[in-house]
Design a binder for this molecule. Structure first.
Ligand code: HEC
Ligand code: HEC
Ligand code: HEC
Ligand code: HEC
Ligand code: HEC
Ligand code: HEC
Ligand code: HEC
Length: 209
């Protein structure tokens, strides 16, 4: 029935490079067939619609500290529910996923006619007041360095003589969980931001080194 008018989209779902088994059924598994108040509305809301099938992620919602976009906004911000190009249906490669909101340059574009902001090249819509309401912290990096301490690397360290060679792999997910954590800071394995955490990579670290 939906396919009658949304044929292109149905084709996209069926032919995506990385397909979402959750989209192999009916469109109405996620969408309400009736008009709704939320644009592009999923059946329940943009988080719970996913949690009904993803029990493992629903468990993560029980942790104390939730990442705003994941549990307070929409799972579809980072994942393309219709299928995509990357593993885990992620919308961007590596740190770029996080830098859409945590970079110093605002990538969000305002679409006046629809009263929305868009990120990921127009593919994701956010309410127009999203950034002023939620104020994601902007990381001030220079040449991929500067977080969580001055000059700390957050991008893979490459061989200066051969940029295709990664000498030490490091990215946002080396230290952070994307969905939630028991502690503030969303650090991996629910860790606290203390010296113990630094020591998981810097054995023998005493003070700041
Ligand atoms: C008679 C044609 C027609 C049928 C049938 C139809 N749609 Fe649509 N739909 C449209 C048009 C036209 C738009 C607006 C243009 C667009 O966003 O693509 C739209 C928009 C949408 C949107 C985006 C709404 C938004 O605010 O961004 C969703 C989601 C959607 N349709 C889902 C469905 C689902 C699910 C079905 C089946 C239950 C369905 N449509 C059946 C024509 C149709
Ligand atoms: C009707 C059930 C259903 C719904 C609704 C659903 N999914 Fe899925 N999803 C699945 C199944 C089944 C798989 C494949 C098995 C798995 O990895 O859990 C899957 C896989 C995924 C994967 C890839 C997991 C991996 O390890 O590669 C992601 C990411 C994902 N879904 C995100 C979402 C998001 C975001 C939503 C909501 C917009 C959603 N899903 C809604 C059933 C569903
Ligand atoms: C697993 C859940 C899921 C299923 C199944 C699903 N969608 Fe969606 N759809 C979403 C989510 C989440 C969004 C909003 C965020 C986004 O664009 O990814 C969306 C957005 C849309 C939009 C508006 C944005 C756009 O891409 O044009 C349309 C139209 C749409 N869906 C139609 C369909 C149709 C038609 C089907 C069935 C052939 C379908 N969807 C199946 C989750 C789903
Ligand atoms: C801020 C971006 C972001 C949001 C929002 C987000 N995810 Fe994820 N998700 C990720 C990343 C990044 C990974 C890959 C983690 C990895 O590879 O270690 C992931 C992985 C997954 C997986 C694969 C299993 C796993 O744990 O690796 C599923 C399923 C999933 N997410 C579902 C969801 C659901 C459901 C929601 C909404 C409640 C959601 N995601 C919201 C970024 C996000
Ligand atoms: C759609 C925008 C958006 C994207 C994409 C996004 N975030 Fe966030 N993030 C936010 C918002 C909003 C907050 C809440 C701001 C606050 O707590 O002050 C936040 C908070 C955080 C925090 C602080 C949480 C705390 O407990 O203090 C961390 C860490 C974080 N994000 C990491 C990431 C990582 C890693 C990624 C990529 C996997 C990512 N973010 C992608 C919007 C985003
Ligand atoms: C080497 C580990 C490490 C890496 C890599 C890393 N972070 Fe962090 N991040 C931390 C620590 C430690 C904190 C402090 C948490 C606290 O104080 O609660 C933090 C805090 C944050 C915060 C909250 C800042 C605030 O002032 O409240 C955000 C947002 C954030 N990180 C995003 C990112 C993003 C995006 C990336 C990838 C570009 C990234 N981080 C890479 C370790 C790291
Ligand atoms: C995920 C692993 C990881 C964690 C966790 C981590 N670091 Fe690092 N850190 C690195 C890597 C990789 C380098 C670069 C080492 C190199 O150049 O070979 C580095 C370099 C450094 C440097 C030297 C940077 C410079 O000025 O040249 C300092 C200082 C440092 N880390 C402090 C910390 C502190 C403090 C913490 C805890 C808040 C921490 N690190 C947590 C991986 C990590």
């Amino acid at each position: 029935m939906c396919v009658m008018c949304h044929g292109e989209l149905a084709k996209q779902i069926a032919t995506a490079k990385v397909q979402h088994p959750g989209a192999a059924g009916d469109c109405t598994d996620c969408h309400s067939p009736h008009a709704s108040k939320t644009p592009g509305l999923p059946k329940t809301d943009a988080v719970n619609i996913c949690l009904q099938c993803h029990a493992d992620i629903a468990e993560l919602a029980k942790k104390r500290n939730l990442h705003q976009p994941a549990f307070r906004q929409a799972c579809g911000i980072c994942h393309d529910a219709h299928g995509g190009e990357r593993a885990k249906l992620l919308r961007a490669e590596g740190n770029q996923l996080c830098m859409q909101c945590h970079g110093t340059e605002t990538v969000a574009k305002r679409v006046e006619s629809e009263h929305v902001l868009t990120i990921f090249d127009g593919k994701v819509k956010l309410p127009e007041d999203y950034l002023v309401r939620n104020r994601p912290v902007r990381l001030n990096l220079r040449y991929g360095l500067g977080h969580p301490t001055a000059k700390h690397p957050v991008y893979d360290i490459r061989d200066p003589l051969d940029q295709s060679k990664i000498m030490t792999a490091i990215n946002c997910l080396s230290c952070h969980q994307p969905h939630s954590s028991a502690a503030k800071g969303l650090l991996v394995k629910d860790q606290l931001a203390n010296l113990q955490f630094c020591r998981t990579c810097h054995k023998g670290m005493i003070g700041g080194q």
